[in-house]
Design a protein around this ligand. Structure first.
Ligand SMILES: Nc1nc2c(c(=O)[nH]1)N[C@H]1C(S)=C(S)[C@@H](COP(=O)(O)OP(=O)(O)OC[C@H]3O[C@@H](n4cnc5c(=O)[nH]c(N)nc54)[C@H](O)[C@@H]3O)O[C@H]1N2
Ligand SMILES: Nc1nc2c(c(=O)[nH]1)N[C@H]1C(S)=C(S)[C@@H](COP(=O)(O)OP(=O)(O)OC[C@H]3O[C@@H](n4cnc5c(=O)[nH]c(N)nc54)[C@H](O)[C@@H]3O)O[C@H]1N2
Ligand code: SF4
Ligand SMILES: [Mo]
Length: 692
């Protein structure tokens, strides 16, 4: 970087466990230059992904929304006209007030997600919901299955420090593709390989970039991780590789687990996973003979109807080997449980009423089409505000989502940075700031730092930040809470100090603070986070409370680790299994407007085994249709050998508009509420394939 250009310190706000510490070239008060990873942060270690290194391309994109807009043509026509902020806010508030007057407050449903991970800008919308008793938002789309699965064994949502990967002898990247989704995992895993000769194993369903880099690439059928985990533990017990001293001290019911696994043999798992028996046995022995085995557990393998159970099954493995007791050993899914924020002010928890209806985020299609189950017997949804999310592209069951958005009697206001597919359906569109244009505070899922992202440059046009919009709407709908009248910096400072952390000034000076719990706590050396301090091989799913006071369907879930056969399996009409794994250049649907990401990804394509292509009489590059009972899409076939026969991968989330006919990938994904509390099974779909 040019030493004469001033540098600002920030943090990547996007929905990624890496939450990289950033250094940003500030060209003038409005323009940024290059962005690089902070070298001084020992997790980021100077490395960031290519899409954020080129952030100027997104921030100064010619298509950025700059002014409020009102729709003038039919819904989805793309016809809008510029209006003032006052008119935009008045129209939105009028629609909310009209809905409330006629149908009650729960006919308004504020909807958001993690387009920014900043606590003030992401979660402040909850304060409006709670103050007005609008329908509450039950967030499920991402962590709905993985978090309960990770907590039900250990009792907590944390694990060893991710930087400890550098001290491991075997790193198992299970159901995660960090080369695409959180590049810094590879930094630390590669260190272990270079410094100690550590091995990297990956468990996935296709030959992605992470599998390419792995010493052991284990390619299973989708949704069969529970079977593989059981067979691994069967071999560990059978071959004397279980650590009984550790088990007796730290685990509940180890003997019962051993008995339960007696018939979960490698042969049994081979038939389910599609892996050869010797590969399962060799992998189990490698794990059993390597005390410092670090399981880095991703989200991908939980995006199936049996995902929560599979997560629990895999977390049991390092308990059987006793890896938890070793530095560089154990299992980490997310460190989100270490932060313990006081979010009273941000979310208005002091005015929250848990008896108010909550609607499942992933069921937006069903809810907008009036499904009485989703509406819980209450009024229809008549008015919505969207911040930081693009459900017209990312939510499952897209045909129903589209139909819902097209309702003439539904008012929608979308606060966005770009004219997304969701914004195109809106009645009112509001222009939003980007992260370098507002103040916020961030935690990370993949490392233990709290970071400040201060405002570094002026926003373009008339962009306003989320907190500003929420406050302005609050006034117009008569919502009362002291948080609406505070600045983002005041809210950040209050939240930090009331969560037992240093205030904003100190955080601004230091850029980040490391809040990793002590080693003993992270490794549960004083016991796991249950009253009897034992890890639970036998899961009690009812011990994992549904968030936001919702009921879950605990009863059916397996207790001991198992293969839970509830996935959407193939049938005669749908002979293929489809997974929608993440592409490198897009982050969910973010960055799908930047030219370099589009160029990298190319047109939407399906990775299909060459033998399957031959059976279908299709050539590499042929235009195809893929469909199921939910709908069908048009894209091109691409021959790929790196997955089992019958498995198809469509990486994304590519823009709907790039698919033939405009129906995007989530046309094919279902909105079944995966146990225990919901969560969309994005990688668990049966489909047919034919020539276009
Ligand atoms: N470039 C990029 N980065 C991203 C994202 C993105 O879309 N693109 N998304 C961000 C978000 S919101 C999140 S939550 C994280 C998620 O990041 P990850 O934890 O990496 O999870 P996924 O991205 O869902 O999928 C990871 C891998 O799981 C594999 N997989 C799918 N089904 C199965 C299965 O049944 N078993 C096994 N073993 N593997 C399976 C997929 O093929 C994929 O390679 O990444 C974040 N980072
Ligand atoms: N097929 C398929 N679908 C998936 C997945 C998959 O693996 N496969 N993954 C799922 C997962 S894990 C997730 S988390 C969801 C994520 O889905 P979303 O939460 O919708 O994530 P993004 O697509 O990144 O959209 C975020 C939007 O927020 C906007 N934004 C960013 N910052 C701000 C801000 O400060 N203010 C405002 N107002 N807007 C802002 C961005 O411009 C962007 O359009 O997608 C899910 N959808
Ligand atoms: S790796 Fe993730 S956190 Fe880091 S810069 Fe890229 S998107 Fe942001
Ligand atoms: Mo996510």
């Amino acid at each position: 970087m040019d030493a004469r250009i001033p540098i600002g310190h920030s943090v990547c706000p996007h929905d990624c466990p890496s939450a990289c510490a950033l250094e940003v070239e500030l060209l003038d008060e409005r323009r940024i230059g290059r962005v690089r990873g902070a070298k001084g942060n020992d997790y980021t270690a100077g490395v960031i992904c290519a899409k954020v290194a080129r952030y100027a391309e997104r921030q100064h994109h010619p298509d950025r929304l700059m002014y409020p807009l009102r729709r003038t043509g039919p819904k989805g026509s793309g016809q809008f006209t510029r209006i003032t902020w006052d008119e935009a806010l008045d129209r939105t508030a009028d629609a909310f007030n009209a809905a409330e007057a006629k149908f009650g407050a729960t006919s308004v449903w504020p909807y958001y997600y993690a387009g920014t991970l900043g606590l003030v800008m992401r979660d402040g919308i909850e304060r409006l919901t709670n103050a007005k008793k609008y329908s509450r938002f039950h967030g499920t789309i991402c962590t709905g299955t993985s978090w309960p699965g990770a907590i039900v064994g250990s009792g907590a949502l944390w694990g060893p420090d991710s930087r400890e990967m550098a001290k491991s002898d075997l790193i198992v990247l299970w159901g995660t593709n960090p080369v695409n989704t959180q590049v810094n995992v590879m930094t630390h895993a590669s260190r272990a390989r270079k410094d100690r000769g550590a091995k990297i194993a990956a468990v996935d369903i296709y030959q992605n970039g992470t599998m390419d880099q792995a010493d052991h690439a284990i390619c299973i059928r989708p949704g069969t991780d529970g079977a593989l985990a059981c067979a691994i533990m069967h071999v560990l017990f059978r071959d004397g590789l279980a650590d009984w001293d550790y088990l007796n001290k730290y685990a509940d019911r180890p003997k019962e687990l051993q008995a339960h696994l007696a018939n979960r043999t490698p042969e049994w798992a081979s038939a389910i996973t599609g892996l050869p028996v010797p590969e399962i046995v060799a992998f189990a022995r490698l794990i059993g003979n390597t005390k410092r085995t670090f399981f880095r557990l991703g989200y991908g393998f939980t995006r199936s109807r049996n995902g929560a159970a599979n997560m629990h099954a895999v977390t049991c493995i390092p308990v059987v080997t006793g890896a938890w007791a070793h530095e560089g050993g154990g299992a980490l899914h997310s460190l989100s449980g270490i932060y313990k924020w006081n979010k009273t002010l941000i979310e208005g928890l002091d005015v929250r009423d848990l008896s108010v209806r909550a609607i499942d985020q992933s069921r937006i299609g069903a809810a907008l089409n009036g499904d009485p189950y989703d509406l819980a017997g209450g009024p229809p949804v008549k008015a919505m505000l969207f911040q930081n999310t693009n459900p017209m592209e990312v939510a499952p069951d897209q045909n129903r989502v589209r139909k819902g958005f097209a309702r003439e009697d539904l008012f929608t206001c979308v606060h966005e940075q770009f004219m997304t597919a969701t914004a195109q359906m809106a009645d009112v569109v509001l222009p939003a700031t980007m992260f370098l244009e507002h103040d916020d505070v961030y935690q990370a899922g993949g490392h233990p730092h709290i970071q400040l992202g201060p405002k570094l440059v002026e926003p373009p046009g008339e962009c306003r930040h989320n907190h500003d919009v929420i406050g302005a709407l609050a006034k117009r709908v008569g919502a009362e809470h002291r948080g609406f009248d505070m600045t983002p910096r005041e809210i950040i400072d209050w939240t930090l100090t009331n969560s037992g952390r240093p205030g904003i000034e100190e955080l601004e000076r230091r850029h980040w603070i490391d809040v990793m719990p002590p080693y003993e706590e992270a490794h549960f050396l004083n016991g796991f986070a249950w009253p009897n301090k034992k890890f639970r091989f036998k899961a009690d799913w009812s011990a994992i409370p549904a968030r936001e006071g919702l009921k879950g369907g605990y009863a059916e879930l397996p207790t001991f680790p198992d293969h839970w056969a509830v996935t959407e399996e193939t049938d005669a009409a749908h002979p293929f299994r489809l997974a929608t794994s993440p592409a490198r250049g897009y982050l969910n649907s973010t960055f799908n407007e930047t030219p370099s990401s589009r160029a990298k990804h190319g047109p939407p394509h399906a990775l299909i085994h060459p033998d399957d292509l031959a059976c279908l009489a299709l050539n590499d590059g042929a235009p195809i249709r893929i469909g199921n009972t939910r709908g069908e899409i048009g894209l091109v076939a691409k021959a790929a050998v790196g997955q089992q026969r019958g498995v198809v991968i469509v990486e994304g989330v590519a823009p709907n508009s790039q698919f033939a006919g405009g129906a995007g990938i989530n046309t094919l994904t279902g909105s079944a509420q995966s146990a225990p509390h919901g969560g969309a099974p994005f990688h668990d779909n049966r489909v047919w394939i034919r020539a276009a």
